[in-house]
Write a protein that binds this ligand. Structure first.
Ligand SMILES: *Cc1c(COP(=O)(O)O)cnc(C)c1O
Length: 400
């Protein structure tokens, strides 16, 4: 038995089967690269679903982690620590918002946004008790907790996990008329991803977010954007809503790359009117806002700004999409994306995306299919042009 087979066998024996990973065992990462335990090198085109926008083990982020670990790591919110405040200030300034509530994982931050919206609805908007409605989109992905899957439209995310949390209404993504019709006096929020990531990197029609913003303002509904995957430079802007004028949300939910690929850090960022509804004891998290995570988040944001990763994402994304389209493969229905959030859609007649990902892996490119037909390409934003050519070269071979 090879070492790889052995490790996979142990994992399979002891792990619940809620994932089906590609058969590669990663033991080291640096920048855009990952190495398996046999010493083979791969270009990481998944970036842990955009948790690694800054690349693996960015030296500045690692230094922040290590320096903070030498002082104090977890305090709980029962006491103050000197790192959380500056982290939230940086985050609020980056988002041009007034307040933030730190959590750890993305799903927890989405839950926090849902709670904030409901409480705002009752305390500020005056919605009758227990009547708050939140509008969401079909094919959304906002995480895996019981409440979050309560408003998923994906049968596999829900089957067997009911009863579900009520109070959510589903409409089609990208359809502003449906949003207008779905709003009632009890609607407290519209929660949406600016680009649907897990659904296959679906970009809404131009003007959609601006229109949604207008409808929300007109009806006193909170406009909440889940930028956990799209945020922090991934799509070529700091936040994906900045691709449109006047589409700024009331709450923005951030996670993944906020932790710089080393530590889970998430947050809900927004106005004082909304986040001000929380009083001591209303909501919390043992690890949320801990100094280790806060130090990491500060460095993670600094790297994104100082290394101009959003601008790089635009340039490199356009180059990569152009080169992939130039391949003119008969198996490819479409290459689409924004910045370095790219989808290569395989035609149904050419089979599913998974075997293409397996072939790419053998050529040293780690990419993961999303749903059945889509290969997602989302390398670290630090990737160089010559390295993009390696991706194109591998695609050329796999698509032949
Ligand atoms: C990954 C993701 C989440 C969930 O984040 P976790 O950290 O896995 O809980 C929520 N929303 C979007 C858009 C995501 O991509």
């Amino acid at each position: 038995m090879s070492h790889t087979t052995e490790v996979i066998a142990t994992t399979e024996q002891w792990s619940a089967k809620n994932y089906k990973p590609l058969p590669v065992v990663i033991s080291r990462g640096e920048g855009i690269w990952a190495w398996d335990i046999e010493g083979n090198r791969y270009l990481d085109c998944l970036s842990a679903y955009s948790a690694l926008n800054q690349g693996h083990r960015h030296p500045r982020i690692l230094k922040a982690l290590i320096d903070q670990a030498a002082k104090v790591t977890v305090t709980s919110r029962a006491f103050h620590n000197e790192t959380m405040g500056p982290m939230l200030e940086k985050l609020c300034r980056l988002c041009e918002m007034e307040m933030a509530l730190p959590m750890n994982t993305g799903a927890e931050a989405v839950e926090t946004a849902v709670k904030a919206a409901r409480k705002w609805g009752y305390d500020v908007k005056g919605v009758p008790a227990e009547q708050a409605e939140i509008i969401v989109c079909r094919d959304n992905f906002h995480g895996r907790t019981t409440t979050v899957v309560s408003f998923s439209s994906e049968p596999q995310y829900r089957n067997g996990f009911g009863p579900f949390t009520p109070g959510f209404k589903l409409i089609d993504f990208g359809n502003a008329e449906q949003l207008e019709r779905a709003i009632t006096p009890n609607t407290v929020a519209f929660l949406v991803e600016p680009i649907q990531g897990e659904a296959g990197i679906l970009i809404p029609p131009a003007g959609y977010l601006k229109k949604a913003r207008e409808l929300c303002s007109k009806n006193r509904v909170l406009f909440i954007l889940d930028e956990i995957q799209t945020g922090l430079g991934r799509t070529g802007k700091l936040f994906a809503y900045q691709h449109e004028q006047n589409a700024k949300p009331d709450l923005v939910v951030i996670g993944k790359a906020l932790g710089g690929g080393v530590y889970p850090v998430s947050a809900v960022v927004g106005s004082r009117e909304v986040l001000g509804v929380f009083k001591p004891g209303d909501h919390g998290s043992t690890f949320g806002g801990n100094p280790l995570g806060a130090a990491v988040a500060i460095a993670s944001m600094d790297v994104i700004i100082d290394e101009k990763l959003a601008e790089k994402s635009t340039q490199q994304g356009e180059y990569l999409m152009g080169k992939l389209r130039e391949l003119r493969s008969e198996h490819v229905l479409e290459v689409r994306g924004r910045g370095l959030m790219i989808a290569v859609e395989i035609k149904k007649s050419s089979g599913e995306a998974r075997p293409y990902c397996e072939k790419l892996m053998k050529l040293g490119i780690l990419a993961k299919e999303t749903h059945h037909q889509t290969i997602r390409l989302a390398p670290p934003l630090t990737i160089q042009r010559s390295e993009l050519d390696l991706i194109v070269e591998a695609f050329k071979q796999v698509l032949q």
